[in-house]
Design a protein. Structure first.
Length: 498
């Protein structure tokens, strides 16, 4: 593989361009995370302008989620094989163009199709960006600092998305929640050739695991679709059961294929890294809890407290600023005392916040009921996202940086899709139980909705608590350093990165 460009070692610490490169990839990641949440606030306006039916409106979210969650693992491996900068640019270009088309959409079908393309772009972009970070900064203090900045962007993006979505929708129109991505994406693409060196893994083979890629991509996409559909049509229907069974069969087939493959898409040996495995399990559970938290809180503020879209967005400022402020503290703590002590603490604080959210009253007030829980939640997310990202890449060789990045992103996204589907069902079920037991109420009344949200938040608190326990048990106190796997083109790699 003499023609391959391989970046397997970080550039020297005197090269400050690494930090400018970090700014570029973090900006791209923030845009992706922002987009996951920014659409929710604008859905009522989209429904009115494009004449969506209530049943089809969910596809504005689902079309994006299916491609994003389903292709992340494949995107991570493609970054390793084809080139991380190359895939970063391709994914970002697709994401940017799709954002423009989203804003120009003229019908239900056009917006859904363009959202699917946007999700595909995000799935190529996100793992490539994280793997560039991993191969640019050596494991230890500097990578932890870089991942602290990355974690701040990832953790605050959801809350910032609700805020920005409310502001843009109220001041301009829903189209601008997509148009805002275009100048940012164009600027990042323009800066990429100047700041990012190309890198790819020296895997010493040219084979690609098409069977593994097809099975896991199809299985994850089918799983996300099945979960979303189950919230509308029920979990016990023949179609839902068939879809879930099909997704499980494809995912099981993927692991069988990987065990036999000479060039696996996901080398199962990386799961021998206990810190990586523990961080990914925590990522799956944390994704389910936090995506669902934002979903339920937005419904509570808008449907129970009757906040406007803009007021709902502003309400998240306390949480957003707390995440940003404590992410630096989080990475410093990880550097000093390790992932094993910080990650469980973050998940435990998130558990406390979810219990407080479960106790929100029908006539809740922002500063006495929501704000304290937001501060605790922001602190918990800062102390969870940063060590989770660090742990998911600890001990990983440079050749596997892309697939490890895709793996943690996949677990968070799939966990989020499963979590939202489950809590939607729980909240709806217990709201119905409340209505049946209280004559004169309906499913849209404040007491009925709050009761459903209460049970759902308690379930999320239990999930976060399980994540804290598993993180404490699974993650190593002193994880091993990754092996240096410099290939024959290492000199070319360093020249390209510089």
């Amino acid at each position: 593989m003499s023609s391959a460009i391989v970046t397997e070692a970080p550039v020297e610490s005197t090269d400050r361009r690494r930090w400018w490169a970090l700014a570029v990839i973090v900006a791209a990641q923030f845009m992706v995370v922002l987009d996951v949440a920014i659409v929710n606030v604008a859905l009522p306006s989209i429904r009115t302008d494009l004449h969506f039916s209530q049943e089809s409106l969910q596809w504005v979210i689902t079309a994006y989620s299916i491609l994003f969650g389903g292709v992340l693992l494949l995107g991570g491996r493609l970054a390793d094989i084809l080139g991380r900068r190359r895939l970063f640019v391709v994914g970002l270009a697709l994401f940017t163009v799709s954002s423009l088309l989203d804003g120009l959409a003229w019908s239900e079908s056009s917006l859904i199709a363009f959202r699917a393309l946007q999700g595909l772009g995000a799935a190529l972009l996100s793992p490539a960006a994280l793997s560039i970070l991993t191969t640019t900064f050596r494991q230890g203090r500097e990578r932890n600092l870089a991942l602290g900045i990355w974690g701040a962007a990832s953790g605050s993006g959801g809350a910032a998305g609700v805020l920005l979505g409310g502001a843009l929708t109220s001041a301009l129109s829903w189209s601008w929640i997509f148009f805002i991505n275009v100048p940012v994406g164009a600027l990042v693409i323009a800066l990429t050739p100047w700041l990012l060196g190309e890198s790819r893994a020296d895997l010493r083979h040219r084979n690609f695991d098409f069977a593994g890629a097809g099975s896991i991509t199809g299985g994850l996409m089918l799983l996300v679709y099945a979960m979303t559909r189950a919230t509308q049509h029920g979990w016990a229907t023949a179609e839902t059961i068939g879809l879930l069974a099909g997704s499980v069969a494809l995912i099981v087939a993927f692991f069988v294929i990987e065990l036999r493959s000479k060039a696996p898409l996901l080398p199962l040996r990386i799961f021998r890294l206990r810190t990586l495995s523990g961080s990914n399990v925590s990522g799956l559970l944390m994704g389910g809890a936090i995506f669902s938290q934002f979903f339920l809180l937005t419904l509570y503020m808008q449907e129970v407290l009757h906040y406007s879209a803009l007021k709902t967005g502003v309400a998240y400022i306390g949480l957003t600023l707390t995440i940003i402020g404590f992410s630096a503290v989080s990475q410093a703590l990880v550097t000093r005392i390790g992932v094993r002590r910080v990650l469980p603490a973050g998940l435990a604080l998130s558990t406390v916040a979810l219990v407080l959210f479960a106790r929100l009253p029908v006539d809740g007030h922002y500063f006495t009921d929501l704000f304290p829980a937001f501060l605790i939640s922001g602190l918990g997310l800062a102390l969870a996202f940063v060590p989770m990202s660090i742990g998911a890449l600890t001990g990983v060789s440079s050749a596997d940086a892309g697939i490890a990045s895709g793996l943690i992103n996949t677990n968070q996204q799939v966990g989020g899709a499963i979590g939202v589907a489950v809590v939607t069902t729980i909240a709806t079920t217990f709201t119905a139980h409340y209505v049946n037991g209280h004559a004169g109420t309906n499913a849209f009344s404040g007491p009925a909705l709050t009761h459903g949200f209460e049970i759902a938040f308690y379930v999320l608190a239990a999930i976060a608590a399980v994540g804290a326990v598993l993180a404490a048990v699974m993650i190593e106190s002193n994880p091993a350093e990754p092996e240096l796997d410099l290939g024959s083109d290492a000199a070319v790699a360093l020249e390209a990165a510089a």
